[in-house]
Ligand binder design. Structure first.
Ligand code: SAM
Length: 217
């Protein structure tokens, strides 16, 4: 799978995605990440990418043309049109079902907004999906884009080692969260690990884990 990030801060994305499990996944070729500086497509001689909103109001907005030109250039390079997602607090809130759906795709391009967001006309002209990471606002679309890219990448075949089975994890079935987990020592600051986990009795342990999974309210 290939991700393309359209952003004013490519280094934020690059730094995060080159580390740990996701960084190794890219090195092993399970996923590719490309970063596109929207400012490079600014038509203004000062490379401005923002302007004041029509009708007044607070703050600035990202202007349409650099985003459009950046996306069109990407489509020309890829020779296909990737699914284009705008990270936005106005979008539908991301969940594991959506992550699974996205993990089936070959190409995803993500627009990271800044300022007070982007000119609506660019959304209407190019964007397939507006996705939110929750009902709150962060300063830019890079963190939300990383949440999406990380959660999709870890579902790609080969990315997680076989011991780590994400099918047992919280939210995978859309209904349950994971059972509580414990590691050594067996007693820590006077708190003991649940007895059954020390018995080695596989059937009882499986039953305990199942009982401990909490149904969504
Ligand atoms: N004025 C916008 C509003 O009220 O909906 C918020 C703009 S926010 C300060 C700047 C950018 O951060 C957005 O364009 C978007 O890309 C990103 N962003 C902020 N919160 C987000 C969220 N919960 N989910 C996804 N993206 C978010």
């Amino acid at each position: 799978m290939r991700f393309d990030f359209l952003t004013l801060f490519p280094d934020i994305c690059r730094t995060f995605l080159s580390e740990s499990i996701i960084g190794r996944a890219e090195k092993k070729g399970y996923v590719e990440f490309y970063y596109h500086q929207i400012r490079d497509y600014a038509i203004d001689k000062h490379k401005r990418v923002d302007d004041t909103p029509y009708g007044g109001g607070k703050g600035m907005l990202m202007v349409a043309e650099p985003i459009a030109a950046c996306f069109e250039s990407l489509c020309n390079t890829l020779k296909i049109r990737p699914k284009f997602i705008y990270m936005s607090p106005r979008g539908k809130v991301l969940n594991q079902e959506k992550i699974k759906e996205l993990s089936k795709l070959k190409n995803i391009a993500i627009l990271c907004g800044r300022y007070e967001g982007v000119d609506q006309r660019v959304i209407e002209s190019f964007v397939d999906d507006e996705v939110s990471i929750g009902n709150y606002v962060v300063t830019g679309g890079e963190l939300p884009a990383l949440v999406l890219a990380d959660s999709v990448t870890r579902l790609l075949p080969g990315v997680l080692s076989s011991e780590i089975c994400y099918e047992d994890e919280s939210h995978f079935d859309g209904k349950t969260i994971e059972y509580p987990q414990y590691t050594k020592p067996a007693v820590w600051r006077g708190m003991a690990v649940p007895e059954v986990l020390l018995t080695g009795h596989h059937a009882n342990i499986a039953k305990w884990k199942n009982d401990m999974k909490e149904e969504y309210k």
